[in-house]
Write a protein that binds this ligand. Structure first.
Ligand code: TUI
Length: 313
């Protein structure tokens, strides 16, 4: 049985957090992950606060286990979403795409644990000083909006400079990646893409089929020129972006083109012209299985690896 201080910090059985993905991490998946002993996290993306309230209520009808909310800090609703989080006494908030500093005092006051995603050592240090409970060091192997560093060098550099728990994310898929993360000094992992293949995940079947078909080189980083690079599965949209970037199309025009594309993929199943955000581990997805099986397979795999590892004498 693998337990780490993350289990105690969050009140969960296994040190596995599900990435809070917009249009992907809805009540069904979140409840399934939490019920299975991990930490399910709602992806609030750019959703209005009423949507979040509905999701929270729905989860509470399915499970009494703890769950979290991911707040995408570039959302126009971020302030209102944070108010809901505080009012509903959500146990954990993860944040992405920005610095959650201004929200921390209020969240601490109501007892919500705050765990920001940090793409760099500098932000990790700043977040520790602001009083967060842990950080998620996320490498560019991840799907969606990414920073410049990769997981293997980022995690130990963050571990070396902070005294709070560090969770590893980006490129982690199974027991092998999980043990590697612990070896780098992390107390647990956050996984997004792997949970897109959960049977409880409500994304359109076209996206699940794209994941099942994906090979190692099928994700690309798109939109670097906009300042908000995203890792997605290669398709007609990424090709169009590349062409427009090579013609020096202004960033604002490209940003405009991206509006609504994540929903188009995840909800409507437009895998040609939608933004199919997914990480480099997409190439490892071979089946659709319940979240509980995913979590148990990772833990069992990790335990076997730890037993087999060469013993230092
Ligand atoms: O946030 C994510 N992944 C996401 S957000 C998203 S929606 C979106 N779509 C297009 C453009 C922008 C957002 C899709 N996927 N992961 C966590 C993450 N956070 N990755 C990188 C960061 C990050 C970047 C800069 C965190 C903090 C940060 O700080 C800058 C600052 O203000 O210091």
């Amino acid at each position: 049985m693998i337990r780490t201080e993350l289990c105690d910090l969050l009140g969960i059985k296994y040190p596995i957090i599900q990435g809070g993905m917009a249009w992907v991490s809805t009540a069904e998946l979140v409840a399934a992950v939490s019920e299975a002993g991990g930490m399910g996290v709602i992806g609030s993306g750019q959703a209005p606060p009423e949507w979040l309230e509905e999701q929270v209520a729905k989860i509470r009808t399915i499970t009494d286990k703890p769950f979290g909310v991911n707040v995408m800090l570039m959302s126009p609703y971020a302030d209102q979403v944070m108010e809901i989080v505080a009012r509903e006494r959500i146990p954990v908030v993860t944040t992405g795409a920005g610095n959650p500093g201004k929200y921390i005092p209020k969240l601490k006051e109501v007892g919500t644990k705050v765990i920001p995603v940090v793409p760099s050592v500098a932000l990790a240090k700043r977040m520790e000083r602001s009083g967060v409970d842990a950080v998620i060091a996320e490498g560019g192997e991840s799907g969606g909006h990414i920073g410049e560093q990769n997981t293997m060098p980022l995690v130990p550099q963050v571990v070396d400079v902070v005294n709070i728990p560090v969770i590893a994310a980006g490129g982690i898929f199974d027991g092998r990646g999980f043990v590697a993360a612990l070896a780098l000094g992390a107390v647990g992992v956050q996984m997004g893409t792997r949970f897109m293949s959960a049977s409880e995940c409500v994304i359109h079947d076209n996206v699940k089929q794209s994941l099942l078909k994906a090979k190692d080189r099928d994700t690309v980083v798109s939109g670097r020129s906009t300042g908000h690079p995203v890792r997605v599965i290669k398709n007609k949209l990424t090709k169009r972006f590349e062409e427009l970037e090579s013609l020096n199309t202004p960033a604002e025009e490209l940003e405009k083109m991206g509006v609504g594309k994540l929903r188009a993929a995840m909800v409507d199943g437009d895998v040609d012209y939608g933004s199919v955000m997914a990480g480099q581990v997409s190439g490892m997805i071979k089946e659709i299985q319940p979240a509980k099986d995913i979590i148990e397979e990772i833990i069992k795999g990790a335990e076997e690896i730890i037993k087999r590892l060469p013993q230092g004498r």
